[in-house]
Structures are given as C-alpha cells and as structure tokens.
Design a protein around this ligand. Structure first.
Ligand code: CDP
Length: 228
C-alpha cells in the first residue's frame, strides 16, 4: 500500500508540528489532521471517568468507547478546529496542564494506541492529508511518501509553548512548561509501543533559531515544491 498523498509530520512536544502542518495543508489544499488531539481527548475522558489512570484496562475501555469528532471551528476564539468528545466541545479542556501531565501515560497503553491508530488509518485513507503526531511515519502510515521529523531543543519548545499558553491567559511559568515537556519527551521516547523517533526515511528539520517561514521553506523543498 502506498499513500502518495499523505505527508507525515512527527516530532516532540511543542516542536511546531501543527503550525507547519497547517501552513503546508493550506498551500497544497490538503486536509490537516492532528492526532495529538485524539490522545488528549482520551486522557480527558479517562480523567473524568476512571479514578485511577494506572488501571490500563479501564483507560483502554474508555478509548474504545468514546467518540472523538473533529470539525471546523464553530467559535472564533483562536481555535483551529472544534474537538468533540461524545458530542461535547472539549477544544480547550484538552489543553490544560493536567491533561499535559497525564497524556503520555495514557498514550503509552497498547490498547489505547491500537484504538487510535485504527481510527487514524481510516481518516488518512481519504488522502490529500497532512497528518501530525509522534508515530505517523513509523507506525500509522509507514508507507507515507513524505515524512518530516521536526526537532527543536527543549528550551526553545518551552519558550514557544509558554507564549501560546500566556496568550490564552492561563497562569503558567516557563519552568513548569519546560519540566512538563522534558517529562513527556522522556515517556514518549521510551515507551514500548510506537515510541517517538524519526522514521529511518524521515527528513529531519531542526527548527532551533528558525522562524516558521524558514521551516516552511525547508519543508516545501523536501516535498519537492509541489505547488511552486
Ligand atoms: O502539541 P504537543 O506537541 O504538546 O502535543 P500533542 O501533539 O498534542 O500530543 C500530546 C501527547 O499525545 C504526546 O505527548 C504523546 O504522548 C501523545 N501522542 C502520541 O503518543 N502519538 C501521537 N501520534 C500523537 C500524540
């Protein structure tokens, strides 16, 4: 199977994957799909429905039971899309520090990943898509024609995320965000199932010290400037 029209963008927390993916999708008139929202949605639902997130069977059951929908933004409050869990708008609830702290734990469960990977494959099959995550090029669509792995130092990523969270008016500190990013990187990279790592055939872009225009230019070169 070859997914010629699928562009996989993977990388660690807050590396700018979604921003880059959105720009590429707009330029190519592709769909943009961020798989991180699915793991965040499962985590939020698990926090609400399961007392102890160490209970892998119960968390996996939540992942299999809930319905996650993504639709065009219905409110102009800075969101790119609406994220719904069982019909309820959770667009901002999935971005809280609590979800940030727990999402890597939930995402490491094999049954959770199986459920999400199946859904992502169905979504990606429609083609003309930029799909963002941790394991898109390695596990979800290993046959994607284009694979980009976006890197940046933890400090640079924490700075970017700090600005984002501040803009939303949420109380936070750079140090807390840096610690949370480091922790997530560690858990995401060391898990047994689908760990975060570049696919062997991925193009790695290091975005340290580069603004988004430069990163976009590098990405478009990798994609062979299909719409120049
Ligand atoms: O936006 P940010 O980089 O902070 O995170 P995200 O892309 O929303 O992903 C949140 C978490 O979901 C990650 O830290 C991973 O634990 C998990 N995730 C994953 O395991 N596999 C994916 N394909 C996407 C996200």
């Amino acid at each position: 199977m070859s997914f010629i029209n699928l562009i996989a963008i993977d990388g660690p927390a807050a590396s700018g994957k979604s921003t880059l993916a959105e720009l590429i999708a707009n330029k190519l008139n592709y769909f943009f799909f961020d798989t991180g929202v699915m793991y965040r949605a499962v985590t939020l639902a698990a926090l609400e429905q399961v007392k102890n997130l160490d209970d892998e069977a119960k968390v996996t059951d939540v992942a299999n039971r809930i319905r996650i929908d993504v639709q065009p933004a219905s409110v102009q409050d800075g969101r790119v899309m609406d994220i719904l869990v069982d019909g309820r708008d959770v667009t901002w609830q999935i971005r809280t520090p609590e979800v940030d702290r727990k999402v890597s734990k939930v995402s490491a469960y094999a049954g959770v990943r199986k459920a999400m990977t199946e859904q992502q494959r169905r979504i990606g099959e429609r083609g003309n898509m930029v799909m963002v995550g941790r394991d898109i090029g390695t596990v979800v669509f290993p046959d994607a024609k284009y694979k980009i792995y976006l890197e940046a130092s933890p400090e640079e990523r924490a700075r970017r995320r700090f600005v984002e969270v501040q803009k939303r008016g949420e109380p936070t500190s750079y140090e807390d965000i840096l610690a949370s990013i480091r922790k997530r990187d560690e858990v995401d990279s060391s898990r047994a199932v689908a760990p975060l790592k570049p696919a062997d055939d991925a193009h790695v872009i290091d975005s340290d010290g580069k603004n988004i225009d430069i990163v976009l230019e590098e990405a478009l070169q990798i994609l062979g400037n299909p719409v120049s």
